[in-house]
Design a protein around this ligand. Sequence first.
Ligand code: NAD
Ligand code: MG
Length: 389
Amino acid sequence: MRRVSIFGSTGSIGQNTLDLIRRRPGDFEIVALTGGRNIKQLAADAREFGAGVAVTAHEECYDDLVAALSGSGVQVAAGAGALTEAAERPADWIMSAIVGAAGLAPGLKALEQGTTLALANKESLVTAGPLLLDTARRFGATVLPVDSEHSAVFQGLIGEDIATVERVIITASGGPFRDWPVGQLARATLEQALNHPNWAMGQRITIDSASMFNKALEVIETKEFFGFTPDQIEVIVHPESLIHALVGFNDGALMAHLGPHDMRHAIGFALNWPRRMDLPVERLDLARIGGLRFEAPDEERFPALRLARDVMATGGLAGAVFNGAKEAVLDGFIAGQIGFLDMAAIVEDVLTKMSADSGHIDGAITLDNVAQTDHLARVRTREAIAAKT
Ligand code: NAD
Ligand code: MG
């Protein structure tokens, strides 16, 4: 039996992970499940899988979780400290599927036990890539990508000499606003941003897909995870989202990874790695699909992509500034305080100002510095939002 923990088990990635585990009774033992305010889901899953511990990130939800799990034998804990403690519990495979910068600390603790970390939480690579990978190296841990594009690149590199890779191309669906003119984008509503054409995901990543902030994070994630230089990483808009990424080699070959819109492929690949195993995902019918389209991304309408290049050029803690500001503008957009295009404009402003004062960017990438930088970026962003409203 493999011991498994899932951080962010109540979310979209977490539930898809549990779906795969549910289909293989007897293969896995659940060490820890963690969630936020969805106590009902967390408790139901903890009972079903007989988890060792269930942790809610919110201390005020502790009593509800205790009540929901009474008589189950599942231990209960709450708060950020309890999350990192749960990551210290020995497990062979740990899914990092908390959304946002909050996923970094438990991810690092998990690596310190030398485990295999399946990384859906792209924000940890964006804010602290070198720290994360260095921790993995020091403790003999393995990090496997779960983001579909990065899983696709990873699969494209199997058996290849990385020195022969010229470029990688990650695809973007273009989201619900792919062909919207700027004027219309400025008035885009939350409901429209949540209407993703291809993928069903958590609320935050869905809005980030509409603004292409998600793709911006993924470009940085590609650089950090695989060590490619920024000019080796390209983005192409591919409305069908069936090719997730392509790897280009020095002999001109371009290897594409195709698959259905189902995160259980990338999750299952990481869960079963290094073997491939049967997965309950749709098999593509290419004749029915008929054709695949490609378009160059428009950085004027989707400035997040340009900002990703600035972040990579600046380096250091710029990723923490970018992600912290991005999370805060997202809160502002969800709360109806700012418009859709204000998000990128405010992030750019905060990034430019904090980069100009290099003290904010030049510090070592430690957990404390990342947390402080993230905090300051959010404060600056909230000030900018307040100035607009
Ligand atoms: P989601 O919003 O559906 O779920 C997030 C999970 O994190 C929930 O369990 C929630 O309770 C927990 N959480 C939220 N805030 C927290 C906090 N402050 N502290 C502790 N736990 C907290 O998100 P998702 O769509 O499953 O995405 C999870 C991660 O995977 C994100 O980093 C996202 O970018 C990445 N990802 C998701 C998809 C997808 O298809 N959903 C694809 C690629 C990558
Ligand atoms: Mg992705």
